[in-house]
Write a protein that binds this ligand. Sequence first.
Ligand code: URP
Ligand code: ZN
Length: 463
Amino acid sequence: MKKIIKGASIVTESEVFKADVLIAGETIEEIGTDIECEDAEIIDAEGKLLLPGAVDVHTHMDLDVGIARACDDFYTGTVAAACGGTTTIVDHMAFAAEDVSLMHQVDVYHGLADGNAVIDYGFHGVLQLMNDAKLKEMVDISRREGITSWKAYMTYGGNMINDEWLFKIMKVASEEGLVIPAHCENDALVEVTKAELGAAGKVQAKYHPQARPALAEAEAVSRLLYIAKEAGEAPAYVVHLSSEAGLKEVMKSREAGQQHFGVETCTQYLTLTDAAYEDDQEGLKAIMSPPLRKQTDIDALWKALSDNCIIDTVATDHCPFTFKEQKQAGKDDFRKCPNGAPGVEERLPVMYSEGVAKNRISLPQLVKYCCTEPAKVFGIYPKKGAIMPGADADIVIMDPDAKHVLTIDDMHGANDYTCYEGFNLTGRIEKVFSRGELIVEDNRFLGSKGSGRYLKRGTTSLV
Ligand code: URP
Ligand code: ZN
């Protein structure tokens, strides 16, 4: 059955124009004015916006962090994503509990996602306890399984990747065109400060941001980019950039002529401040790494987005733990709280409302950061992230003027809170199509468990 979406304004990363979209099966067949097609179902979208299904390249569904397991599995988490207009995720794997092959976690993640996800998905591999055999395995898996990005944590205990291995990994990444997403925080600054705070009895949530200062991020960003450059301009990718200090380090590298790397920020670093930690109980909800920062950081991040420089993508780092139970592990000591917060359902509506409706970014920039660039950087463009003939018919119909208040009661994940409770939003998602199938209408999920497909990813746009 064919479908024609009529009368909407199509948004791409570079323009907004009025046209009809003809969907044939799973893909977009034609874009044009007054498309006619006998027997096609007509979807009236007069006055609405048509966005590409959004692509969230930083989620942690079903993440096992040892002390807790993220409360969204690949079913509930992707239902939430879909209801928030996201039709593709690239999920970051958990560390394996033991020193096993890199393929071990790939198999574990297929076990978690296949048959559960309701939207299409890929995986970033995770690097830990490195040795020469694993370096070779990284290349073999990326060629065979289409896992063309491998996460390196520059902090996080025994699983942290030290500079020696970071350099070796980057050299291989440079030769193979593999993206290395890196969690950038200086491990010593974080661990020593955490220990000092603990010894002084400063263990309430409000001390969390002190334990993970912006300069810890800035130092690691700078080091990552120098190492990537020395390794032959390897395609490094800074995940969840949170601070102005970090931004300045990125700027230095760009000004020095380094181009082949990517930078991601997340919705929470653009919209929430460290005031979230003032209340010891409520503050647990926002315990995440890196922590929320100051208004000056937020302003600097929006400016970078608006100037089309430095930042490539906006993701979520969706890593939900329930407030009533899981987050309470940190009630007497923030260091025992599982780190992470939800956000996959909120990203597109909040970015539209806080970004476009408040004139901080344009509509094409919204699509660039939330849809098209993530797909390009992680090797799934133009199948994903674009409304164009031949692309998958992943489409969001949005009413640009509708207003509503964001509340957990209207949301679809497994969590019991949202960090954006009470946000007054402009713009509302009306319909979401995944490969041509209507999976969300008026905030109701209509899709089916397991209909998401694994994405073998290709080459990054960063090379
Ligand atoms: O606090 C966070 N970000 N938790 C998720 C795991 C990670 O560090 O990415
Ligand atoms: Zn993460």
